[in-house]
Design a protein around this ligand. Sequence first.
Ligand code: PLP
Length: 383
Amino acid sequence: MGFRTKQIHAGVTPDPVTGAILTPIYQTTTYVQNSVDEYLAKGYSYSRSGNPTVAALEAKLTELEGGAACATFGTGMSAVHATMLAFLSAGDHAIISDVAYGGTYRLCTKVLSRFGIEFTFADGSNPEDVAESVKDNTKLFLTETPANPTMKCSDIAAISEIAKKAGAVHAVDNTFLTPYYQRPFELGADLSIHSTTKYMDGHNATVGGAVISNTAELGEKVRFIMNSTGSIMSPMVAWLTLQGCKTLSVRMDQQSASAMAIAEYLENHDKVEQVRYPGLKSFPQYELACKQASGFGAMLWFEVKGGLAAGKQLMDNIELWSLAENLGSVESLITHPVSMTHADVEEAERARVGIIDGLVRLSVGLEDTEDLIDALAKALDQA
Ligand SMILES: Cc1ncc(COP(=O)(O)O)c(C=O)c1O
């Protein structure tokens, strides 16, 4: 079955009682058992451990990634957290790509470091830097690619090799490209993490997360943490995400085509200092982006000439683009990572990894490309 067929039908069968084509929202805490001896005969005990609506989404995401198991979570951050709790203990070391979502950086440096876990932030675009960071106690590699917000791409296949040699697990945060464009398991990774808040939902309706595992054994470890810590996805969120997934490829193709046109427009604009989009030949890891993904996605950033002050003016004045956190939705969003999504990353670390003060991040939505460019043109005229 092709991806488009799977995104609609995988994990979902008509309701056996009514024939309803959409999986019902099983809004229930518990499940009445046949007898003590037949406990779990229908597969469910309590909705923290499992719920039929959530299970339908987990089955769909497993098939879309080409994995063996999936556990879903209340947010993308709880999916990242569960991955760390599943594979790291006090005294262990993890290697994280040196640009990652600010929340992931904060979780490592301000929360898990308090429990005796050590983190190294290595340059994932340079596998040698990653290999040099390996220690005897390295148990987990987490690669976010393309990275939020710089778009830096890390070499999934090369890092998977390094992780295998180290006897460690390699998790890829696949939020930006989704399995429609990027297939971590085919490149040797063990786990694929999503903030389903972004492209999987795609409509700014929910927050959620998922970890898809390449083997049932890894999947059980993640699911154990999900059940133990209790940061689960609700049936309502799962139901909305199930509907969002059905149009994933169509949204991504259209949003990415618009992103390409916008990146080219900005690159040729005389008020723009620089643009970063993996589909541009000027992108530092353009060849890697072409090699390991089948699309470039709909995220990009640019810097206005005049830096921070000019960028702020543009973000405050622009029409159509909403100044907001989040990405991957049908609504186009404009974000200032230094003040918003990455405000908790220290100034020196931001400077080290290229999160410059004037960086303006765009999440390209589904509006007409011309309207999005017109709005940018007007805002640049005033900048
Ligand atoms: C790449 C990436 N991973 C994880 C997260 C965290 O997801 P959530 O906001 O759903 O907790 C985000 C949020 O922006 C993200 O961009």
